[in-house]
Design a protein around this ligand. Sequence first.
Ligand SMILES: Nc1nc2c(ncn2[C@@H]2O[C@H](COP(=O)(O)OP(=O)(O)O)[C@@H](O)[C@H]2O)c(=O)[nH]1
Ligand SMILES: [Mg+2]
Length: 334
Amino acid sequence: MTAAESVLAGDRLALSRLLTQVENGTESGKATLDSLFKHTGHAHLVGVTGAPGTGKSCLVSQIALEVRKADPALQRSVAIVAVDPSSPFNGGAILGDRVRMRDLAGDPGVFIRSMASRGALGGLANATAGVVQVLDAAGFDLILVETVGAGQSEVDIARLAHTTIVVETPGMGDDIQAIKAGILEIADILVINKADRPGVENTERALRVNLELGYPNGGFHTFIEAGHASQDAASPSLDADVWVPPVLKTVAIESKGIAELVQTIREHREYLVKSGLLALRDRERLNHDFEVLLQERLKQDWLKTTDPSKRDEILSLVFDRKLSPGQAVERLIK
Ligand SMILES: Nc1nc2c(ncn2[C@@H]2O[C@H](COP(=O)(O)OP(=O)(O)O)[C@@H](O)[C@H]2O)c(=O)[nH]1
Ligand SMILES: [Mg+2]
């Protein structure tokens, strides 16, 4: 059996090995990923982002537990990817909660993976995209990706995910901070975790006020999405109701609010399917991946046929302000 066949057959060891290869960007990993691509497109991808310590790991494992127990007949499988090099998934809350850890770990329908490295060429975002693709091909119905909310990674995860959950805690979202971070622009669902703590009402009010600023006509996201949409069949139907991100309260360590959160994820997916946005986002993401690879490939090919000393020579003219970067590129290409 090839590695791809083993993964498709549900071999967990083969899956782990492949994920390591994909993370490290090895040639055989890439080749297997290519051969698995036609099996992707089935999973629902949920990104969970927020500041360190907001309870993302707790929430993610609670969501997994809820999905596994909610509808046993469906046997929906869940994969968790933790993208937080500073605090691996098993180093945080999960270990502090051994009973639930055991629940998850003993469940063959749940697979947990921490991104061990920062990713080889193309960085963490690229490595994460590959890992998610493998898990999708391996047949997981729901893939939860936990990332630390820090600038670019949030945007990357929003591009990757169908549903982006932004996690706040009381005392964190009380000012205009949330908007500054551009967080509301990527949130499909806002969660105030640690709702057992004081100040929940303030956080909730602040988030709602910010949301109203973002949705003056109730159409913030629609506007953004429509800007990307071409006039083809995948354009979202204008009749579809606009999705205004709901604000939910949870206490992850007490499993409170989790069923509602899972229900909201389900509703968001239904909304995406009905409005045509699911297909649109999928196309946008694949288009982006294609563009990135094309650029990288053309650059690599070009570098192979170019004398590096010529490049340095022209670059030094830029350093001396004799050429602009634009002029330097033109001269080098000619
Ligand atoms: N009081 C309270 N503590 C929580 C809640 N959820 C998580 N925590 C605690 O917050 C800490 C950080 O949680 P963790 O899931 O590791 O946060 P992450 O860094 O966002 O992944 C842990 O000590 C958790 O036990 C909650 O709802 N209420
Ligand atoms: Mg964590």
